[in-house]
Design a protein around this ligand. Structure first.
Ligand SMILES: *[C@@H]1O[C@H](CO)[C@@H](O)[C@H](O)[C@H]1NC(C)=O
Ligand SMILES: *[C@@H]1O[C@H](CO)[C@@H](O)[C@H](O)[C@H]1NC(C)=O
Ligand SMILES: *[C@@H]1O[C@H](CO)[C@@H](O)[C@H](O)[C@H]1NC(C)=O
Length: 264
């Protein structure tokens, strides 16, 4: 028994010492292959782990790039939106400016027009006050030389009638505009005949005169100022007629009636 145990120990000792002696083990080759395979597996695993890490990092990078890309897109979209908004605002502002300008122009024109109208009206008022209208007339040759009381003397031959105030049918002058007027009557009678004539305004006496030719070939004149309103009339009438009264009229000496506006 002790002998067998000692043999076994010897075998174990021999086996145990075999690896340190390459030439001594018949499993040496397999062991080496195995060992290499294990090393390769380790290396492979390491590479795999490294790959995994790299892949993970690449994945992370990709995700980050994707996110950045999305962010960039969002930023570009926002910028585009802002630009479109700015463009729309600019266009509407420009339209408003145009509208404002044209309405300002319209206001200026309307105001100028109104100012012009006011100035024009004021000018017309001043003009009417300052400018004396041309009104004057002179008519001669009584239609009838005989005289009856109250008769209106109609001087039938119109020498001048600026403003058409004198009417040769009625013998009356009607003021075409209000103002201060001067009237005269020039009277001639045949030898030894009388005339009682008056200048009246709407029938009211302005001036009264008598004329008698006691010496042959004499005439006389009467003048009067009077303020007339528009359309008021002035004429010559006989205050007393009869067989001793008569007017004279020839190409050498006229009986006439005339007047003019002095101031309006
Ligand atoms: C246009 O006119 C209105 C009213 O007068 C004014 O409030 C506005 O500021 C004007 N717009 C511009 C662009 O001038
Ligand atoms: C200006 O006034 C005149 C005369 O009153 C008128 O004929 C014209 O149409 C007016 N113009 C404007 C732009 O208002
Ligand atoms: C003169 O007066 C008469 C009678 O009132 C009238 O018929 C005529 O139209 C007048 N003439 C003028 C030029 O106004």
């Amino acid at each position: 028994m002790t002998g067998i145990f000692q043999l076994l120990l010897l075998v174990i000792a021999t086996l145990a010492s075999e690896p340190s002696c390459p030439a001594c083990s018949k499993y040496d080759y397999e062991e080496k292959v195995l060992e290499r395979m294990i090393r390769m597996e380790f290396a492979f695993e390491k590479v795999l782990d490294e790959n995994k890490a790299v892949s993970k990092s690449v994945q992370l990078d990709l995700t980050r790039i994707k996110e950045e890309n999305e962010h960039l897109h969002a930023t570009v979209d926002a910028l585009k939106e802002q630009q479109e908004h700015a463009e729309r605002r600019l266009i509407s502002l420009m339209e408003e400016v145009e509208r404002n300008q044209s309405s300002t122009l319209e206001n200026v024109v309307t105001e100028s027009n109104n100012t012009l109208k006011h100035i024009s009206a004021a000018f017309n008022v001043i003009k009417d006050k300052v400018i004396v209208p041309e009104v004057y007339f002179h008519a001669r040759s009584p239609q009838s030389t005989t005289l009856t009381t109250g008769e209106v003397i109609v001087y039938k031959t119109v020498e001048t009638n600026q403003g058409n105030g004198y009417n040769a049918t009625t013998g009356k002058f009607t003021a075409p505009t209000r103002g201060l007027y001067l009237f005269f009557m020039h009277t001639c009678t045949p030898y030894n005949k009388y005339s009682f004539l008056q200048i009246v305004k709407e029938g009211s006496l302005l001036i009264a005169s008598v004329h008698r030719d006691s010496n042959n070939y004499v005439c006389s004149s009467s003048q009067v100022f009077v303020q007339l309103n528009d359309r008021e009339s002035v004429w010559v009438q006989c205050s007393s007629g009869g067989s001793t009264t008569q007017l004279y009229d020839s190409s050498n000496y006229w009986s006439s009636f005339g007047g003019a506006i002095i101031h309006n």
